[in-house]
Design a protein around this ligand. Structure first.
Ligand code: HEC
Length: 209
């Protein structure tokens, strides 16, 4: 250690420091290993921010926890979640997705708009065998209370989808979408009990359609 003497030895306590000329005032008596401390105030902007945070903190605590001026994190989260739910509900209402789940299908089939769509499909795809008013022809009457395969929306949907090939009822699974078949169910529900002229005699079992 002593072979390499410090090239910059600390000045003795009372020795004047080799300072650059400056307007700053060293604090008397503050001298550590030759380092002196100056009495420089913090910049004004810094002090302002410092006081602002000190004044703000009790206001924040009172506002958040005592007077409820400021919503807490959980309150804001709950409000946002509510907004999200409302947006989702509105979106679902505006863009209903078709479901073949029985209750949803039954609900879907009661809508006159869906029945109107179904009527158009019926006119092109089904009339030839079931008659222009559903009165029946090659295929059974679709307006009476008698059903070979059951008259619930779910059952009617299944017949339209899978058909009854060996009896001459063509399946529509590949030619119509789920929703189009749902529209046909709605149409068939809408003509139930209409008793059109030339109705074919009942086939199958009596069931509420
Ligand atoms: C080529 C003739 C033909 C066409 C086209 C046809 N069907 Fe049929 N459909 C039949 C026949 C025949 C049956 C009776 C099947 C049986 O006896 O099991 C039937 C049965 C049905 C049944 C069941 C009736 C019951 O009593 O259970 C429904 C519902 C039905 N068709 C709807 C439709 C719809 C909707 C369309 C148009 C997408 C359609 N069909 C097109 C011939 C046809």
């Amino acid at each position: 250690m002593s072979e390499h003497p410090n090239p910059h030895p600390a000045p003795e306590a009372d020795e004047p420091l080799p300072l650059e000329p400056t307007h700053d005032h060293p604090i008397a008596g503050h001298r550590y290993d030759g380092i002196r401390e100056y009495d420089n105030p913090m910049p004004r902007w810094w002090v302002m921010i410092f006081w602002a945070t000190i004044i703000w903190s009790p206001l924040y605590i009172l506002g958040e926890y005592v007077f409820d001026w400021i919503p807490t994190y959980s309150e804001r989260l709950a409000a946002q979640t509510e907004r999200l739910e409302a947006t989702r509900t509105a979106y679902t209402a505006a863009n209903p997705t078709f479901s073949t789940e029985p209750a949803a299908l039954a609900e879907y089939a009661t809508n006159p708009d869906h029945a109107a769509e179904g009527a158009a499909l019926y006119a092109t795809t089904c009339v030839a065998c079931h008659g222009d008013k559903g009165q029946g022809g090659i295929g059974p009457n679709l307006t009476d209370d008698y059903w070979i395969h059951g008259g619930t929306p779910e059952q009617v949907f299944a017949v339209i989808t899978k058909g009854v090939l060996d009896k001459g009822m063509p399946p529509q699974e590949a030619t119509l979408t789920d929703e189009q078949r749902g529209q046909l169910v709605a149409f068939i529900e809408s003509i139930h009990g209409s008793n059109p002229p030339g109705s074919k005699e009942p086939q199958g079992d009596k069931a509420e359609g």
